[in-house]
Every structure is written in structure tokens, then in C-alpha cells.
Design a protein around this ligand. Structure first.
Ligand SMILES: C[S@@+](CC[C@H](N)C(=O)[O-])C[C@H]1O[C@@H](n2cnc3c(N)ncnc32)[C@H](O)[C@@H]1O
Length: 189
């Protein structure tokens, strides 16, 4: 019998710095409901293998800025599934623009996957107290297909709430599910 999201995320959900089981399952169900889903994930961690299992056989690509985590998870899932990314705009610099939506810089990487061809994009990086998630979320809006889904984790924090309002809601993205600290938005069709 096929494994359910509950089975796949059971041991990971609720561990320190990870999402809860309910949060993982809410996004995993979106992924599983899309045939041949193309899944882009900002951030690697102990959940990376689980995302690949959920999206079994379909394209699943991770973006990560921390070299130690790239090496660690690259050994587990294969480096070809992880692209190194650089965040160059600290949240405070964006704040100095009065949070102008058109002043967010796309994260830098060699070969950009921000092409509007991804069905689902999960944003759980960069690490909270470092850069903020305005760059990764902005990149998610450029990556996702019309009608696709963007999940943003840690929305109990003020910074992520600003990101939701300015980069998602004011850009036509509709909140379709909120589970604990996770918000899932659908991109305009
Ligand atoms: C919120 S963590 C992502 C956690 C990840 N989704 C997981 O499976 O737990 C954001 C960033 O912190 C780093 N990181 C990943 N797993 C971590 C962990 N268990 N503890 C601390 N930092 C982690 C990575 O650089 C990652 O992009």
C-alpha cells in the first residue's frame, strides 16, 4: 500500500526547527494532488528526503545558501538535487525602501529556476534570524505557475507577515489554507 504523508513525515514533524506533522501534511497533500508535480523547496534539512518521497519520481529541486547544510543533505539525497543560492539583501535593507514590492532583489544563483514552471513552492528558508524570507518568497512568486501553490512557514513572525501581505496578498495570491505557522497561497490564474 502507498505511504501517506502522515507515514512519510511521522518522524520528522515537530522536531526542533522543522514544521509540525499537520503543517507538513497540509502542503504534502497539495503536492500529491497534482499529477507530475514540479516541486521547488527553499531550504534543505531533515525533511528533504521526505519531500522527494512525497513527490516520488517527479522533479523536486532544493535551494540552499548554507554550505554545511548543502554538504550534509547532499550526501543523503545527491548534490544534483540542490542548487546553491546566495541571499544578498538583508531584511533591514528592504525595510529601508518602506517594503517596496519592486525593490526586492532575486537571490543569486548560477542557473535560475525562477521561471514560472513550478506547481508547488515551499519556503522554509533562509534561516529565520539571518536574512528574512522576502527574497525567497519573491523568488517563489516568480517560480510558481499560474494557479500553483506557495507555502510559507513561520508566519507567526512579524517579518513573515509583512512578506505575506506585500509580496503575496497585494500581488494577487489568495490564502487557501492556514495550518498553525504555515500559510498556503494560490497564485493568480
Ligand atoms: C527552518 S530551517 C529549515 C528546516 C528544514 N526544513 C527541516 O527539515 O527541518 C532553515 C535553514 O536552516 C538550516 N537548517 C536546516 N535544518 C536545520 C536544523 N535541523 N537545525 C538548524 N538549522 C537547520 C538550513 O540552512 C535551512 O535552509
Amino acid at each position: 500500500m502507498a505511504l501517506t504523508p502522515e507515514d512519510i513525515f511521522a518522524e520528522i514533524g515537530g522536531q526542533p526547527n522543522s514544521c509540525t506533522l499537520r503543517e507538513y501534511c497540509a502542503f504534502a497533500e497539495r503536492v500529491q494532488n497534482i499529477a507530475s508535480c514540479r516541486l521547488l523547496v527553499f531550504g534543505v534539512g531533515r525533511d528533504s528526503t521526505a519531500w522527494r518521497r512525497i513527490n516520488h519520481g517527479n522533479p523536486t529541486l532544493f535551494l540552499e545558501n548554507n554550505e554545511e547544510w548543502i554538504d550534509r543533505i547532499g550526501e543523503e539525497i545527491g548534490n544534483e538535487h540542490i542548487l546553491a543560492v546566495t541571499y544578498q539583501q538583508p531584511f533591514e535593507n528592504w525595510e529601508r525602501t518602506d517594503f517596496a514590492a519592486d525593490q526586492v532583489t532575486l537571490p543569486a544563483l548560477e542557473s535560475s529556476p525562477f521561471n514560472g514552471e513550478w506547481d508547488c513552492v515551499f519556503v522554509d528558508a533562509p534561516w529565520g534570524p539571518t536574512f528574512g524570507r522576502h527574497q525567497s518568497t519573491y523568488a517563489a512568486t516568480k517560480s510558481v505557475k499560474p494557479g500553483g501553490f506557495v507555502g510559507l512557514h513561520d508566519c507567526e513572525r512579524e517579518r513573515e507577515q509583512i512578506v505575506c501581505k506585500i509580496l503575496l496578498e497585494e500581488n494577487g495570491f489568495k490564502l487557501v489554507t492556514e495550518v498553525e505557522r504555515l500559510r498556503i497561497y494560490q497564485s493568480p490564474s
